[in-house]
Structures are given as C-alpha cells and as structure tokens.
Design a protein around this ligand. Structure first.
Ligand code: ZN
Ligand code: ZN
Ligand code: FE
Length: 763
C-alpha cells in the first residue's frame, strides 16, 4: 500500500473534475480525498501500486471534456490509513493559479432531458450539469463553488441536493444546478413608460414570447452574458422597425437559427464551419449567404452572422421558431444590458416586451464572432462568451521561467479589451466596446477589478497606447498615480498589433510587421495605419508607410468619408477636384486643407479604403465602422481571376499612391464597373505588401511576415497577400486567436511589456 499527493492545475474547476476523480478512485478501490484549492485540485490517494497507476492514467487520458490539465505534480507521502474516499470542502488562499471555465452551451444529455416528458426538469429553461451551463458569467470569486456564484441565493431542494451530493450523478457538484422547484424562473413583462407589468411566468411566459415574436413584436431576452434583442428574421417590416428604434440603419444583425439544417437553407456551410457552429462555445459564425433575400438583416454584405441555440431557454423558444434576429441588447455604443432593471430602463424605447429571469449575470459577456478562413483556419473577430477567460500562453517552452510580474495591458479605445497576465499566461478580457461611452468605461473598470479578483493577481506593470486621449491611457495614468510602484510601459499602436501576432504564434525573433489599420497614434504624432515595421520584441523600427494625406476635420472625416476622398483628389488635381463633389460643400474643406486647420496627417489604409469608396461614388457617408471597406470588399468578391494592378511609386520610405488614384479616376470615367475597380485596388494593395516585404527581406534577411490591423478583416486582401507572400517563400502569420482589429491590441501590449520587463530583470 502506498499514498500519494497529487496536485492538478489548469482548467479543473466547474467542469466535473472532482466527480470524475471520485469515480476513478472508487473504480480502483483507492482511499483518501479530493478537494478544490485555489492552486488546483488536490488529491490524496492510498492503495495498491497498480491501482494508483491505473488511476493516474485515467486522469491523464480520460479527463472531463471541458477540462484542460496544465500540470500534474505527484509526490509520495506517508500512509494515513483512510477508510473511504471523500470529496472535501474547498480550501481558499489568496494566490491562485486556477483557470475558470468559459460558459458552456447546453450539452446533449441536458437537451434530451429538457424535452423528456418524464424528466423532472422537463422544459426547465435553466437545466444544466457539470458538462454545461454558465460559468464565467456567474462567478464572483474563486474557487468555483456555488457560494461564489450568483446561484448562491437559490437554496437547493432535496432532490437537487441529493444529485449534487451523489458522486455517481452527472450533477455532482454542478454549481449552477437547479430545477423547477428550487431554481431561477423566467418572467415575461411589458413596460410602458417604465411601468412594468408582469404577464406570465414559467412555461406560459415562453409560450407567450413565441407568439409575440411570431406576431412581429420586438422582445428583449435575457441570456447568459447579457440581453439579446430578438425579432422575427423573416419579417422585413419588424427588422426595419428595429433598425429605426435602435438607430442602426445598415449594420448587420446576427441571426439565431433553429439547427444546422436550417442554417444550410440560408448559407453555405463547410465541414469546419458546421463543427464550430455546433461547438460548445457556440459563437456567431460569419457564413456566406446563399440568397440575397436576407438583405434587411445584413445589407450589402456577402456574409451573415449565424449562431445556433446555446441555452435551454433558446432551445425552448426555437421549438416552433426557425430563425430570429438576435442582436446585443444595448443602446448604440453602450455595454450589453445585464440586469433586468437596466434592460427595462435602457431598452424600453426599442423593445415591446421583456423575457427576463432572476439568475443574475455577474460578468457581462457578448456573443463571440468568428469566421473560417483559408478553408480550416478559425479566425476570431470578437472574443467573448465561450472563449473568455481561456488564457493564451506567452511562451511555448514548458521549462520557461515563470514570469513573476503581472501585467495589465489597457488596450485601445474602440472594440476595447484589456489583458491581465499571470505567470506566462495572458488573459484577454471579454469584448468591452467603445470606451468613449461613459457606461462602457465603467464596465471596463469594473471588469478589470473582476478579472483581478478571479485571477488573484495585482499588476505590477501597466502597458498602454501612446495615444494621449484614449480613455484606456487615462485609466493607466490614474492607476499610476494611485500605485506609485507600478511600472508604466507606453506602446505604439501598430507595434502592439504586430506583437499580438507574435504572442499568438510564439515568435521570439525579428519579424517584418505589416500593419494596415484605421487609426493609431504614431511616434511623430501623426495618425499611422499603413505601416511596414521591423519588430524585435519590445522594440520596433518604422521602415515604410503610405505617404501622408491630410484628413480634413479629423474625426468627422471618419464618418463623412467624402472628405478624405476629396483630400486625395485635391492633392492630385488641385481645384479640378471640386467637380467630383457637386453636391458637397467642398469649398469649406478646401479652405481648411489650405489653411491647415484641424487637418491631421494620416498614412491609414482604412482611410484609403474610404477615399476609394467615395471616389467611385459607392457611398459618401458611413453609419458604422468599416462600412465602406466592407462594401468595397463585397464588390471585389466576384470570382474573377483578374490580376491587374494600378501603378504606384515608392520614394524613400514613402509609398505614393498618386498614380493609383489617377488610374481609379480614369477607370471610373471610362465607366468600368465598380467591381473591376475594387478588385484592381485590392490586387494593388497585395502587390505593395509583397513588393515592400521583398525589399525588407533583402535588407534585413528576415523571412517572417506578420499581418495585423483592422484592415486585415478584409478576407480578400488577407488571402491575396498571404498567397503572394507564401508563393515567394515567406513564412506568413496573422491573427487567429485574438481579433486582428483593436480587440487584439491588449494581448500585443502585454507581450511587449512582458519582453521589456524580462529584459529589465536581466540588466
Ligand atoms: Zn448538461
Ligand atoms: Zn431543485
Ligand atoms: Fe488598430
């Protein structure tokens, strides 16, 4: 007889780990105990050598589906002659190395019970087990025990208690476990001028909601990480009404569809895409549309964002519904609503009814958005529910020294996320949004606190963007004044974009970085965004960039894109450019350009897309971020193999696109189709990337290229560039795990800061 102490770390809580251990211990006739601690699952086992071996093998090879073992340490200890194997109470300490599981979509077993007439949870909208249900969104503190979640206030009934305590049961220690008798319930309410009227509860509430949706009503539905706004996706009238009420004229809505067969009716679905739609993360997947009839849902867009039901409540609603628009329940730029009161207050002008429930959401978390690119690459566009808080390793080497400095990376301004590091792991936060909105800024600060408490870390260094006006920078400065010992590490925006690719791919040597982006504060105070950098860990060098152009009116040119179109034309044709904009007041713009009033200089490729869209009169104003670029991409997506390019010049470190703009104007005047012009424009950008990378390779012998920045959400440009570069034997890397847009900036900042902190230690 022997006794061992085993410590298992990683994602081992809230995923059915202890019951599994218990089962294996019984199977192998082992005595001892298992318990959750802040450092992981601790097991002590006593028994015959062979049984212990079998036990360890089972843990390693048959651990629960949602678990992820980071490390197992085994130590022989003295025998204690226990008579039983027990599950002991959790032990807390201040430091933690545990991983918290993301939220998990309803499992097949629970789905089966949900629709079994004889099951005691028949049609219960909060059914869950150790393999599924909410996790990150309900957790307040570690370890993951019921009392540390928002389920704390629900007292389990005798039946539930029995299941919870029975190691042989699927619900053994399932923290959010509940049933009709003891758990949360749904309620349908109407709200007129904030006077809330309860209509139905339970099954009736769900039935009534289905009827209302079918009648063309707009209903707010409380979900896992926040509210959705739902309406019939086949009813153009209600979608138009929703667009009016939400002040969202064009931006695509996501759609939830009953099942994979329904999805296939409307979209092309590859094997890989089907796998991701059905995965336990259940993100919104961008799919190619089959028909254009969904055009009120996603106008002028190739793709449609689709997800399938991921909570029991969704499954119940979709019993007799095929597809619903399911968009985030928020006002423009504000965070997604998470409490009932908040939703009723904020969304009353948008929604006719509210399907609420009384299980509180602690951590707000939007739906994630992903797409499949290059056949099998999963590319994450918005990383939230289902993925957060999974860590991203900052180093691949198992023997790497654990970094002792925890870093807070503040992120950028739009599509903000922040990142906290613990040891060599980076925890990128859920999607926060646009920090300029004051409620979003509050959400940001509150989420940083929550993440610190779940990870049990206090950052010693803070990385932030160079932009002096970003609120994330302001937040960093506030922290600096309150924590005098905090290291502060300013990072350049595009350096951080490229660093995010390095972090994901564990690139430690020099790399050519191509950052094509909308906006980013440059070292010279100008707005960068068409940059070729050499990135070497914590440092970088700017090698080439688009020639600067004046951005008349600064931020207002981002929405009124004709201003940047005019600026390009005016820089080339002088006064002749005026005739391109007969119905715009260009003399004012001409004036501010000539007098250099509020005309920041920019090398942004994002703005170049806007300029081209304006010049070919595709549109002159936009209502959401990257709208013009998305429509240009849509035009270029014809199957044409045309490889024609426009001319351009490189002088010194500047890429001069004067000839390209002249070419585009020529083609436009010759009535060439916008599709053809757009394709030629995309070809030219890919060609420029290849050309400059070749120059840099010649000069530096570096053969790795990292592509990042919001512009690379453009699939056509990304695929063309990757192909050209790979055909010329470059190793090409781009973002997959974090967004290539500013949602990935925080990971890059953390990686840079980590490099810098490590080098400080050596020196
Ligand atoms: Zn389940
Ligand atoms: Zn119960
Ligand atoms: Fe950016």
């Amino acid at each position: 007889m022997k006794r061992y102490k085993i410590i298992i770390s990683g994602r081992v809580q809230g995923v059915g780990f202890r019951p599994t251990i218990y089962r294996y211990a019984l199977q192998e006739k082992l005595k001892g105990f298992v318990l959750n601690t802040t450092n992981g699952v601790v097991v002590e086992i006593e028994g015959k050598e062979q049984n212990i071996k079998n036990f360890l093998k089972k843990i390693k090879t048959q651990s629960p589906k949602q678990s992820k073992i980071a490390k197992i340490s085994i130590q022989k200890i003295e025998q204690k002659y226990d008579r039983k194997f027990l599950i002991k109470k959790s032990v807390l300490s201040k430091k933690s190395s545990l991983e918290i599981s993301p939220d998990i979509s309803i499992c097949d077993d629970c789905k089966r019970e949900l629709f079994s007439k004889n099951d005691r949870r028949y049609l219960y909208p909060f059914i869950n087990c150790t393999n599924c249900g909410p996790r990150f969104t309900i957790i307040k503190d570690v370890p993951y025990d019921r009392k540390n979640t928002t389920m704390h206030e629900f007292k389990m009934c005798e039946m539930c208690k029995k299941e919870y305590a029975d190691p042989a049961n699927r619900r053994f220690h399932a923290q959010p476990d509940a049933c009709w008798d003891c758990g949360p319930d749904v309620e349908l309410v109407a709200s007129k001028k904030l006077k809330v009227k309860s209509l139905n509860k339970g099954k009736k509430a769900i039935q009534k909601t289905i009827e209302l949706l079918k009648k063309g009503k707009i209903v707010a539905i409380k979900g896992i990480g926040g509210f959705h706004i739902a309406c019939d996706a086949t009813n153009d009238e209600v979608i138009k009404k929703l667009r009016r009420r939400k002040n969202r004229p064009d931006k695509p809505f996501a759609v939830m569809m009953k099942d994979i067969n329904t999805v296939k009716k409307f979209c092309y679905v590859s094997k890989e895409e089907e796998k991701i739609l059905n995965s336990s993360e259940k993100p919104i997947v961008l799919l190619k549309k089959k028909y254009s009839t969904q055009d009120t849902v996603a106008p002028n867009n190739n793709s449609l964002g689709v997800m399938i039901p991921y909570t029991p409540l969704h499954c119940l609603l979709f019993q007799s519904i095929d597809l619903l628009v399911m968009t985030s329940g928020n006002k423009q730029d504000e965070p997604i609503c998470k409490t009932n009161d908040e939703a009723i207050k904020e969304l009353s002008g948008i929604c006719d009814y509210f399907l609420i429930h009384n299980r509180d959401i602690y951590n707000r978390c939007d739906d994630s958005i992903v797409k499949v690119q290059n056949k099998n690459d999963l590319v994450i566009i918005r990383r939230s529910r289902g993925y957060v808080p999974n860590p991203i390793g900052l180093t691949r080497s198992v023997n790497a020294k654990q970094s002792k400095t925890s870093i807070l990376a503040a992120g950028a301004e739009l599509k903000n996320t922040f990142c906290l590091t613990r040891g060599n792991e980076a925890y990128v936060s859920q999607f926060i949004g646009d920090l300029k909105d004051s409620k979003t800024y509050e959400f940001y600060k509150e989420s940083i606190e929550n993440m610190e408490s779940i990870l049990k870390v206090k950052p010693k260094a803070i990385a932030y963007d160079l932009h002096p006006d970003y609120l994330s920078t302001k937040c960093a400065n506030e922290l600096r004044t309150t924590h005098s010992k905090l290291f502060t590490i300013p990072t350049q925006h595009h350096h951080a974009h490229i660093a995010s690719v390095c972090a994901e791919n564990n690139i430690d040597d020099k790399v050519i970085g191509v950052s094509f982006d909308g906006t980013g504060y440059g070292m010279d105070g100008n707005i960068w965004g068409g940059e070729f950098l050499i990135v070497n860990g914590g440092t970088f060098e700017r090698k080439y960039h688009l020639r600067y152009i004046k951005l008349p009116g600064g931020d207002s040119a981002v929405h009124e894109i004709w201003r940047i179109g005019f600026s390009y034309l005016y820089s080339i044709f002088g006064d002749k450019a005026v005739k391109f904009y007969p119905d715009k007041n260009v003399s004012v713009i001409k004036n501010i350009i000539n007098k250099n009033i509020n005309c920041p200089l920019t090398s942004s490729v994002g703005r170049l897309f806007d300029a081209v869209a304006s010049i070919i009169n595709l549109r002159q104003e936009i209502t959401f971020d990257a709208q013009a670029a998305i429509e240009l991409e849509f035009l270029a997506s014809s199957k044409s193999k045309n490889k024609n390019c426009y001319e351009y010049e490189i002088s010194g470190e500047e890429i001069n696109l004067k000839k390209m703009i002249i070419g585009i104007v020529d083609d436009f005047n010759k009535h060439k189709s916008n599709s053809e012009i757009s394709l030629k424009f995309h070809n030219t950008l890919a060609e420029i990337i290849l050309n400059i990378c070749q120059k840099l390779r010649k000069e530096t012998k570096i053969n790795k290229v990292a592509l990042s920045g919001g512009v690379f959400q453009n699939e056509i440009l990304l695929e063309k560039s990757v192909k050209l570069l790979e055909n010329d034997n470059f190793y090409v890397f781009f973002n997959k795990q974090v967004p290539t847009n500013d949602g990935g900036i925080s990971l890059g900042q953390a990686w840079i800061a980590n490099k810098i902190m490590n080098s400080i230690k050596i020196a």
